[in-house]
Design a protein around this ligand. Structure first.
Ligand code: UDP
Ligand code: MG
Length: 325
């Protein structure tokens, strides 16, 4: 076996055939320049294009540096990173997108901050190159997250990040099913920091996140890292109860002073509909948490690995490596 690398670079890949060659070239060049032993761990997250083949080629070109974890379906970006985290050997672990939105040339910036003593280094994107809608939605979600969780980061969506090995081990130990890795890492960090990184438009292909996926991801973030949605709901319930009680007293006094009256039926309906809406929303919020609990107690494998091409050895069989134990 080889000695342990200093740096492990983790890349989740889902239908990125048009980007992989350029990525591999630039990433290798950048890592060679750093001049320390490194490995790259790619997770093929059930790609249906030729990404899997390309990754296998990279492994054959550099068997000592490149590992490929091949999922047998699409389990999502964060699970792809999780699977890689379970196998990284480096002291420092960097995550990166495969679409070249995060320039590999920025990695030394992250490493410098790690060397300066930080255990989690987040990137925040300078001049973010995404659609106006994505940028706007991100700003909204970032400020909502800042309010309801204890996580302080400027740009939660930036996946160009570096972690000390200990942080990654804690992430692995948490064994969470639907999670948000930057937030999880942050919750274990003793001395996190952030650095500004370049951002590019996607080199080729389309974003793998549809609106629904983005909404789901952010629900995972909010419910996975905060109880505030539930607590706010309780608070709101208390508030409504107090107001209703006052209203009843008021109506009672009116009944005595003015006598019987039948008016304001529509106002009543408006209030009723509003409250029914709030009630349904509350059920939904509770449902999110119950769903999370259900997912965790079921203890199904978080992902299934078909095959692993690990650096420094031949292909491993999937069976022993699959799932999350
Ligand atoms: N990705 C993945 N599985 C998925 C969706 C995305 O592994 O189910 C990878 C994708 O190949 C890319 C990274 O996660 O390397 C970020 O995805 P994308 O660029 O589509 O997200 P965006 O930049 O639009 O937020
Ligand atoms: Mg992208």
């Amino acid at each position: 076996m080889m000695t342990r690398p200093y740096l492990s670079v983790v890349v989740p890949v889902y239908n990125e055939e048009a980007n992989l060659e350029a990525l591999f070239l630039r990433l290798t060049t950048a890592l060679e320049q750093i001049g320390k032993p490194y490995e790259m761990v790619f997770t093929n997250d059930g790609s249906r294009d030729s990404s899997g083949m390309l990754l296998e080629q990279f492994h054959r070109q550099r068997p000592d540096q490149v590992s490929v974890i091949d999922f047998n379906g699409n389990f999502g970006q964060h699970m792809a990173i999780m699977a890689a985290f379970e196998r990284v050997r480096g002291d420092v672990v960097v995550t990166l997108d495969a679409d070249l939105q995060n320039p590999p040339e920025e990695i030394p910036k992250l490493l410098a901050a790690i060397e300066a003593g930080h255990d989690v280094v987040g990137g925040y994107r300078k001049d973010r190159r995404d659609t106006l809608f994505r940028r706007f939605a991100s700003r909204l979600i970032n400020s909502l997250r800042a309010r309801i969780t204890h996580i302080r980061m400027r740009d939660q969506g930036c996946m160009l990040r570096a972690y000390r090995r200990g942080i990654v081990e804690n992430i692995n130990a948490s064994n969470e099913t639907s999670t948000f890795i930057p937030a999880l890492a942050y919750s274990f960090a003793a001395n996190p920091t952030e650095v500004e990184v370049e951002h590019r438009a996607r080199a080729a292909g389309k974003s793998k996140y549809r609106l629904y996926d983005l909404v789901r991801l952010n629900f995972d973030l909010m419910t996975g890292f905060s109880m505030v949605p539930l607590q706010m709901f309780t608070m709101f319930g208390i508030l409504i109860s107090i107001m209703s009680a006052l209203f009843v007293v008021y109506l009672f006094i009116r009944r005595i002073v003015i006598g019987p009256e039948v008016q304001g039926v529509f106002t009543l309906f408006a209030i009723l509909y509003f409250l029914v809406g709030v009630g349904i929303m509350g059920l939904g919020i509770i449902g999110e948490y119950v769903g999370r609990i259900y997912q965790e107690v079921r203890r199904r494998p978080r992902f299934v690995i078909r095959r692993i091409l690990s650096s420094g050895s031949g292909p491993e069989l999937a069976q022993e490596a699959s799932g999350s134990d």
